[in-house]
Design a protein. Structure first.
Length: 631
């Protein structure tokens, strides 16, 4: 009891700490929202237009096939709707001759015709399902390709603000919703429309009075369908948004599981996940509630209409105003008439879900990369002959947030072949300079040039070929050690991979691995130490052979032995290329020809490390503090 009481008090205290309900906050205490919530009306209309354009564009290559499938489905429905007519004829014209002792030839012909119609229906149905399934999968394949290609094209700034969970939701959950619509939705809608139109005509043709009596309930059905459509549109948009939040919370927690466990965040993250999952459950229950009202209501109307037809039709049969076969066919058509209402409800379910998903995907695909290739890219080799690697900043201003400059009026030149170290306190602008050189961002004003050419005038493929950035998080992809080394040059031979590893000294530990270069590095290089991953990253950069190499905190997470191993590799990697080295550890700076000390985005000291150490400036103070820390 004491334990339970303590747990209750802890839960109450946890909830009291929050200014808003837990289901509305994330780990930072900020409101949990979806990126598409509360769009302005104009933007919402634009998003729907983009979604329609996207769907039409995906289906346009299959216009002829879709037209053929439309003919097939019309044939299938015509065959299905002819069955009650054959039943009527069999009852009215096939059975009486047999009762009177005559020939069964008429009934046999009717039954044979019925078998032929059923065969046509089954064959056309099989053809439709196979062909439509193939088209649907091809459309989905193209959509997945577009999403993946577009996410790769979008710049770093987009990915900085767009969480990995939302990326996963767009490429999996939302695509699956569209897949369900393509597989069953359109088929159900077309069948429902054809069935409604066909049965309405046939009911009136069979018997005008009974037909008009049945069609009197049609306005009531229209009201029910309209109510369901409007309510389900709102509900299923919330369903998609809630599903995305569940995925976001799950993916981000699992991605940062080490931090979650290290800081004992499991209870808090569990509570947040339970709350967003509970919201998802509640919204789904609301969707099922709509179905629970709509479908029984349609069935009730259908049963009342059937009872009325049976009562009035039976009276007319008894008085000789209608044949028994006609009444039977009428009842069969009436049953077929109300079946599409369930199909329509199912279509609205899939359609509203898919429409919300399609809008989100269209929104992402409509995002324009902040970093784009020029219409007429400049070829560096044609301008300057051999590419040298000369970097210059000309009156560069840059800010991540308006009116908060990170680099104010920066002028800097790094001659080709020079190794420059950037040092300074956190937030001084070191990594920002590196990102501008790699063109992960463009300057707010001014220009960054390579061999005198503005980076914005170069094709990104050419720039990435000559400028490579190595970070402290060097991502290892699942696969072998060799695969990760040749990541920047997939066509590299095994001999070239080995040569790159030997050049940076990585061959020693690679040869000691169980399978050598074929060793699987596991998820994110989990089977390798931080130093080994760094050496593989250097081998990757060496194999790519860029003219400009950027090292962003490349040794900050290494222990002393690993750092020494990496330091030896640096001497090889930096030879004959322009290098920008960002480091807090001044041991890495020793390899530099020149040191730039930054403060608030400005260069406050510039010179060879040996000269700056002898002075009394900021770098000398940093160096003395570093030496004292080693002691």
């Amino acid at each position: 009891m004491a334990v339970n009481g303590k747990r209750r008090r802890d839960d109450e205290r946890l909830r009291e700490e929050q200014a808003v309900p837990m289901s509305a906050t994330d780990w930072r205490g900020r409101a949990v929202t979806n990126d598409d919530d509360d769009l302005p009306i104009d933007e919402s209309i634009s998003r729907r237009r983009e979604a329609r354009t996207l769907l039409v564009g995906l289906l346009r290559p299959y216009a002829t096939a879709v037209a053929l499938l439309t003919i097939v489905i019309v044939l299938e429905n015509a065959a299905r709707l002819s069955v009650p007519l054959l039943v009527q004829r069999g009852i009215d014209h096939g059975i009486p001759p047999i009762v009177d002792g005559g020939s069964a030839r008429e009934l046999i012909l009717i039954v044979a015709s019925l078998c032929g119609v059923v065969l046509v229906q089954a064959t056309s149905r099989m053809f439709f399902l196979r062909r439509s399934g193939r088209i649907g999968q091809e459309v989905l394949l193209e959509l997945r390709r577009r999403i993946f290609r577009h996410f790769q094209r979008l710049d770093v700034a987009f990915h900085d603000r767009y969480t990995s969970g939302r990326v996963v939701a767009r490429s999996t959950n939302d695509v699956e919703a569209i897949q369900l619509m393509l597989q069953t939705g359109f088929d159900g809608l077309i069948t429902a429309i054809l069935t409604l139109l066909g049965t309405s005509v046939l009911l009136v043709v069979l018997d005008v009075k009974l037909g008009l009596m049945c069609l009197c309930v049609f306005p009531l059905l229209v009201v029910l369908v309209w109510w369901f459509r409007t309510q389900s549109a709102k509900t299923y948009k919330l369903v998609r948004e809630s599903a995305a939040l569940v995925i976001v919370q799950f993916v981000e927690t699992m991605t940062g599981i080490k931090a979650v466990q290290a800081y004992r965040r499991e209870p808090r993250n569990q509570q947040i996940f339970v709350d967003v999952a509970d919201d998802y459950k509640t919204i789904n229950e609301r969707a099922f509630k709509l179905l629970a009202i709509f479908m029984p209501a349609v069935r009730l109307v259908g049963n009342i209409a059937t009872g009325g037809v049976l009562l009035y039709g039976g009276y007319r049969v008894l008085h000789g105003e209608m044949t028994l076969g006609t009444l039977t066919a009428f009842l069969l058509y009436l049953r077929i008439f109300f079946e599409p209402m369930q199909e329509i409800s199912q279509f609205f379910n899939t359609f509203q879900s898919a429409a919300a998903a399609l809008e989100k995907i269209a929104g992402v695909l409509a995002e324009e990369p902040g970093i784009q290739d020029p219409e007429r890219p400049v070829q560096l080799s044609k301008v300057n002959g051999d590419i040298k690697g000369d970097i210059a900043f000309r009156d560069v201003n840059f800010s991540y947030v308006p009116d908060r400059p990170v680099l104010p009026d920066l002028d800097l030149r790094i001659p080709a072949g020079q190794t420059v170290a950037l040092v300074g306190t956190t937030g001084a602008g070191k990594t920002t300079i590196a990102k501008l050189i790699a063109r992960f961002y463009d300057p707010t004003s001014g220009a960054v040039t390579l061999d005198g050419v503005d980076l914005r005038d170069l094709a990104q493929a050419q720039l990435r070929r000559h400028v490579v950035m190595v970070t402290q998080e060097n991502f290892m992809f699942e696969g072998s050690v060799a695969d990760n080394i040749r990541f920047g040059r997939p066509d590299a031979t095994d001999a070239e991979v080995r040569a790159a590893a030997e050049a940076v000294g990585a061959d020693r530990f690679i040869d000691a691995l169980a399978d050598g270069y074929d060793t699987d590095v596991a998820k994110r290089g989990g089977r390798l130490s931080a130093g080994q991953r760094q050496l593989i990253a250097f081998a990757r950069a060496f194999l790519a052979d860029p003219k400009v190499l950027i090292l962003d905190e490349a040794t900050s997470s290494l222990d002393i032995p690993s750092e020494r191993m990496v330091q030896r590799a640096l001497a090889t990697v930096l030879t004959d290329r322009t290098a920008v080295v960002i480091a807090h550890r001044l041991s890495t700076v020793e390899v530099a020809d020149r040191v730039l000390v930054l403060e608030h985005g400005r260069i406050v000291e510039d010179g060879p490390p040996g000269e700056l150490i002898l002075g009394d400036g900021r770098y000398a103070a940093l160096h003395r503090a570093w030496v004292e820390s080693l002691a």
